[in-house]
Each structure stands twice: as structure tokens, then as C-alpha cells.
Write a protein that binds this ligand. Structure first.
Ligand SMILES: [Mg+2]
Length: 267
């Protein structure tokens, strides 16, 4: 364990009940994979999270995926699951959906229908992921020109549907309701709850909103301490590293961090 990281994690270990641990899913708790459907959370990560849920004040997974899908991929009872970049939340059994989310479904449905039958979309092999209240356009496995086509379609959609906004991620452009992001979700989870400190780990542009919310809560006195971790890898945007207090080398170092938080650093 790096000394700077161990030092930053120490207050969390010493007062787990007053500490909140929040994690992004893809690229953080699980490695980046060629297709979103191939994503898996290892049994080690799952068992570490299970243990952390028992001692820490709150453990949450904040993803761009739908909340139910996030919950089933992680598979840990007792954790909070926030999906669709903050638009859905599962705490216990109940799924809660943000109000703005409900108004965009017709636009998303229409765009998905039109783009699915678009010849250029088919030829370049863009993968359209219809999440009901958001539409992700993945160009990771597309033919050359796929990214440009994705950007053009999304720009046109933003002009046609002002209620939508764009969230960019690793080889993906996503249309979603404008009012929510991971930052608003994290703020809602933590504000006024009386926790002393919170940690957030993430690897992508959408996670910057969550980092900012933690810093804001610290500035307002809503939290005494915050720790933001950028999870590195070859696709790390420099803005993500700049927004975080510490940058980890990748999901392996995040796993080490979980083990340390669980008190497993002395074998
Ligand atoms: Mg991610």
C-alpha cells in the first residue's frame, strides 16, 4: 500500500460507522471489457464489499447502468445502488426514479427506433443501448467513422430535444435527462445524513460530478473529510485525474484499497 493512500484511508478504517464508501462500477469495481454485457465483478471484490457493508456507515455503487442491472452485477445485499447516472436509486428493495427521468422516455424511444433502422448506424456497427430513460451510443467496436457518426447523431438529437443532455464516457456518448448526474445523486445520498467522511472512486468523466459534490459537501461542512480516487488505466481522461485527490493505477489497486479498508492488509 502506497504511504499517501494508506494515510488518506486511515480515518476511514478508524471510524467505519461514520464513513461512507461509494464506487463507480465499470472500470472501477470491474475491468473495462469490449462489450458492456461482458462486465463481471470478481468474487473477491464481491466478498470484500459484503464485509464493508457490515461495518461502514454506507456502501454504494453509482453507475451509468440501470440500477437493477447494477444491483445484479454487483450482487451485494445491503449496498445502495444508484443507476443511470443518478436517475434511479435502490436502497433496500425499493427502486426510486427521479421525476425528470419520466418525461424523456418518449424522446428516447423515438431516437432508438430511428437510429436502429439507420443504414449508416448498421454499417458502422454502432451499438445502441436503450435504457428507457437514457440512450447510450457505444462506438468501441464500430468501424472507422463510427465515432464521428455517433457525435453527429447525438448533436442533432440535442437540438431536437432540449430536455436531453449528453454525458460522454469511455467510447460512449449517452443522451439522458438534463437535471441529474452522479453528483446530484451523491449529494442527495450524503447531505444532512450526519456522516463524518466519504470516499468516492471512479474512472470516467461522469465521475467528476461525484468528486465535485464531495468537495462541495466538505466546503459546506456537511462532511469533515473527503477522499476522491481516480481509477487509472490506459483510457483515463486527464480531467478525471485532475479532479481527484489521488489517482490509482487501475482496478487492481482499487481492490487493494478495499482490502485495506476491510482491515486485510496484515495477512
Ligand atoms: Mg466507470
Amino acid at each position: 500500500m502506497r504511504p499517501d493512500l494508506a494515510e488518506a484511508l486511515k480515518p476511514f478504517r478508524e471510524d467505519p460507522a461514520g464513513s461512507v464508501l461509494l464506487f463507480d462500477l465499470d472500470g472501477t469495481l470491474s475491468p473495462i471489457v469490449p462489450h458492456p454485457r461482458q462486465s463481471r465483478v470478481s468474487s473477491r471484490i464481491r466478498s470484500l464489499l459484503r464485509g464493508l457493508c457490515e461495518s461502514y456507515g454506507k456502501v454504494g455503487v453509482i453507475s451509468g447502468r440501470p440500477a437493477r442491472e447494477t444491483q445484479s452485477l454487483v450482487g451485494v445485499e445491503g449496498a445502495v445502488y444508484v443507476g443511470q447516472h443518478g436517475m434511479e436509486e435502490i436502497e433496500g428493495e425499493r427502486l426510486r426514479r427521479e421525476a425528470p427521468a419520466r418525461t424523456v422516455s418518449p424522446a428516447i424511444a423515438r431516437l432508438f427506433r430511428t437510429w436502429s433502422s439507420n443504414r449508416q448506424v448498421q454499417d458502422t456497427g454502432l451499438y445502441l443501448e436503450n435504457k428507457g430513460i437514457a440512450l447510450a451510443v457505444h462506438y468501441r467496436r464500430a468501424a472507422p467513422g463510427g465515432e464521428e457518426l455517433a457525435r453527429r447523431l447525438v448533436s442533432q438529437a440535442l437540438l431536437a430535444y432540449p430536455q436531453l443532455s449528453m454525458q460522454e464516457g469511455k467510447k460512449v456518448l449517452e443522451l439522458k435527462p438534463g437535471e441529474t448526474d452522479k453528483g446530484t445523486a451523491v449529494y442527495r445520498l450524503l447531505s444532512g445524513r450526519g456522516f463524518a467522511r466519504a470516499l468516492y472512486a471512479g474512472d470516467d468523466l461522469t465521475d467528476i460530478h461525484a468528486f465535485q459534490s464531495l468537495e462541495r459537501l466538505a466546503g459546506e461542512g456537511g462532511l469533515i473529510e473527503v477522499l476522491t480516487l481516480a481509477v487509472g488505466g490506459e483510457e483515463l481522461h486527464p480531467e478525471v485525474a485532475q479532479a481527484a485527490r489521488i489517482t490509482l493505477s487501475g482496478p487492481e489497486e482499487l481492490e487493494e484499497t478495499l482490502a485495506y479498508l476491510a482491515g486485510q492488509d496484515h495477512p
